[in-house]
Design a protein around this ligand. Structure first.
Ligand code: NI
Length: 161
């Protein structure tokens, strides 16, 4: 396994639409293992393949609602259901130093394939639902900053408390 370099805003790889995964082979498994390690090292909530320069529809994210936390691997994911949107604070490993409020569901359901190509559905609440949306948008070349209704400085929020 290897830690991969996380691309940051301004890199054009982050603006590309990613291709569907059709081969569930060793190469995909290495990518997934590297992404898991890269996400753990960065301490993020989720990571999409274009963030490490691979234009394929692959996502890893943390299910923090499980104890112990579980890593979810999503290949060719699609958000198929969600509840009403709520203004939610958000950030991204590819957009260091910027945070903002984005309208996100508090519950969502995703349909995806696992690393062997088997289709499954999974529900997520809170940050997990938010991640389903955020990471799927990365696969279409979109960053959360495009959807921010208001940017904020987390240090200022701390001071107000
Ligand atoms: Ni992101």
């Amino acid at each position: 396994m290897a830690i991969r370099n996380i691309l940051v805003k301004g890199d054009e790889m982050l603006t590309k639409k990613c291709r569907v995964v059709t081969k569930f082979d060793k190469r995909l498994h290495i990518l997934l293992d590297d992404m898991r390690q890269t996400l753990a090292e960065a301490g993020g909530a989720g990571l999409a393949a274009p963030q490490v320069g691979v234009l394929r529809r692959v996502v890893v994210l943390m299910d923090i609602n499980k104890d112990p936390e579980e890593v979810i691997e999503l290949i060719n994911p699609e958000v198929i259901d969600m509840n009403e949107l709520v203004s939610t604070p958000e950030g991204c490993l590819s957009v260091p130093g910027e945070w903002g409020y984005v309208d996100r569901p508090t519950w969502a359901k995703v349909r995806a394939q696992d690393r062997n190509g088997e289709w499954f559905e999974r529900e997520g609440e809170g940050v997990v639902a938010q991640c389903f949306c955020h990471e799927t948008e990365h696969l279409d070349g979109h960053l959360f900053t495009e959807k921010v209704t208001e940017f904020f400085d987390p240090e200022e929020l701390e001071q107000e408390k």
